[in-house]
Design a binder for this molecule. Structure first.
Ligand code: GLN
Length: 530
């Protein structure tokens, strides 16, 4: 490919939350399969500076990048589809750009000029997009929300201007719309989509392609209508009904008229190599001989988005082990031992705050005592440590996050961090290395003794209590290279009781399941209980 940076802008109309992120990631996957170097970015028109303080029940999980950016869950889709590691550059929020602009204004950098949304914010958006795209052949930019939202207008204007700047041949506008099915009259209604296309044109953008999202397959007449009234060639209108697995979308795009468009746009005439995607689909056996029931001890119940990467990591591990996986949601606030009678494995995911924590400690203790395979993630490690210390006789053992006055603070804030707990600035974020004990189960499943995982937490295991923790049945199986921070624990007498202070789910890929999740599913598979 030549030197010119090409851009694909993915916008949405009618409704948000209908799969713009998956569409953007899948377009990237197809281009990657044609040999392009793809980068990708999410622009969110929120006034938040990052996603760190957003309520996961409302916004879904906070995805963490290797450089410690706390981002929207779409970045997780991007990483899983494109198998790349993103950075802060791929997560752009209005709040972040505005706060930088205001700081510059205060520093007198505008030489007395008025500072405005247009051109100043729109210019910083363009700069953020150009920087995020550096080094790739094609940079994909997803704009959050729907076109026409008051708060997103600066982004729409910014991509229009950028399109003009780089030239129409170097950018592709893809609009994702939703077409509802009206049950009473039994018909699909394309009017909201047509209006959404009019809105987009009103901002000076004529889309090159329209992705039509529907719940069930829509007739081709819907595509014809959208083509005719939306002014988009029919071959560039892709009907995309819901599918059983999102990993089918790259193949759907590769088979569609959008692929022709992508070929013309990228200049890459080779057919995409979809082997990886075919394998991912083939691995998803719909009628497996064995289904593993994983008890997910959760505070946010039944909300898949809140634990998205954990669920994706469990599925990937199940595909790799050729079994099915069934998630049993266990409410951390009401849990009793009986809830675990019917599960083959227990997973305690990350979490913040006191609510439901005693239930998570009960879960860890149950797994410790009954040899049910256990995977503890971040808070899931901390509750395991508390459970083992209590088992060893330290009845009030706790984390100072939940009981600031406990005499046995087995999980605590380390020196130098005290007093900063509520500032939001003291989280250990992003990649940290760990050294594993060579003979540990943890090292065995990783097949390595030096690993790097992403983090997002504030509290650490207090090694002054190592003896009590060991007496309760846990050993420290991995630490930071200097030995100061506990990164992994495991129960040496159990078949599989492994916990990590990190978030391994962020590094799992559909075609390359994470070893710690594979370890859990494998142990459950081999367990006679199943
Ligand atoms: N609340 C715990 C801490 O801050 C655990 C965080 C997490 O699970 N991500 O250390």
């Amino acid at each position: 490919m030549g030197k010119t940076q090409k851009y694909i802008f993915v916008t949405g109309g009618v409704l948000s939350g209908v799969g713009k992120g998956i569409t953007a990631a899948s377009i990237g996957a197809v281009l990657q399969a044609k040999g392009a170097k793809v980068s990708i970015q999410k622009c969110d028109p929120y006034l938040n500076v990052d996603a760190g303080l957003l309520n996961p029940a409302e916004h879904g999980e906070c995805f963490v990048t290797k450089d410690g950016a706390e981002t929207d869950l779409d970045l997780g889709h991007y990483e899983r589809f494109l198998d790349i590691e993103l950075t802060q550059k791929s997560a752009t929020l209005s709040g972040r750009l505005l706060s930088e602009l205001i700081m510059d204004e205060r520093a007198g950098k505008f030489g007395g000029k008025t500072v405005q949304l247009v051109p100043h914010l729109t210019m910083s958006i363009q700069k953020a997009i150009e920087e995020a795209g550096e080094g790739s052949d094609i940079h994909i930019v997803e704009i959050g929300g729907t076109v026409g939202d008051y708060e997103g207008l600066s982004f729409v204007e910014a991509i229009r201007e950028l399109g003009q700047k780089v030239g129409r041949a170097n950018c592709l506008f893809v609009h994702v719309v939703y077409v509802p099915f009206i049950g009473t009259s039994k018909e699909f209604k394309s009017k909201p989509a047509q209006n959404a296309l009019n809105d987009l044109r009103g901002f000076g953008i004529v889309p090159d392609s329209v992705i039509v999202r529907t719940d069930s397959p829509a007739p081709t007449s819907i595509a014809s209508k959208i083509s005719l009234f939306g002014g988009v060639p029919l071959e560039a209108v892709l009907l995309q009904p819901n599918v059983d697995t999102v990993f089918r979308i790259p193949q759907a795009i590769a088979k569609s008229g959008l692929h022709t468009l992508l070929t013309r746009f990228s200049g890459l005439t080779v057919e995409p190599d979809l082997t990886k995607w075919k394998k991912i689909i083939a691995a998803q056996n719909k009628t497996p001989d064995q289904v593993i029931k994983v008890g997910l001890v959760a505070k946010y119940m039944d909300n898949e988005d809140t634990y998205l990467s954990v669920l994706e990591a469990l599925k990937a591990a199940a595909w790799q082990q050729k079994v099915g996986v069934d998630i049993v949601w266990i409410n951390a606030e009401t849990v009793t031992k009986n809830d675990f009678k019917n599960v083959d494995a227990i997973l305690v995911p990350g979490g913040f705050g006191k609510r439901g924590v005693e239930g998570k400690i009960t879960a860890a203790r149950y797994a410790l005592d009954s040899n049910v395979p256990y995977l503890g993630i971040c808070l899931g490690l901390q509750v395991a440590v508390i459970a083992s210390a209590r088992k060893a006789g330290l009845k009030d053992a706790n984390s100072t996050e939940f009981d600031p006055k406990t005499a046995h603070d087995v999980v605590y804030i380390m020196d130098g961090q005290q007093g900063k707990e509520s500032t939001g600035g003291t989280l250990r974020l992003g990649d940290y290395p760990a050294t594993l004990l060579p003979k540990s189960v943890t090292a065995k499943v990783y097949k390595a003794t030096d690993v790097i995982e992403r983090h997002r937490h504030r509290y650490e295991v207090n090694q002054a209590f190592s003896k009590a923790i060991a007496k309760g049945g846990l050993m420290i199986s991995g630490t930071s290279p200097d030995g100061k921070l506990v990164e992994f624990v495991e129960a040496p007498l159990n078949d599989y009781f492994v916990a990590t202070q990190a978030h391994p789910e962020f590094k799992s890929r559909p075609s390359r399941a994470h070893p710690l999740f594979v370890g859990l599913i494998k142990a459950a598979r081999l367990n006679t209980r199943s």
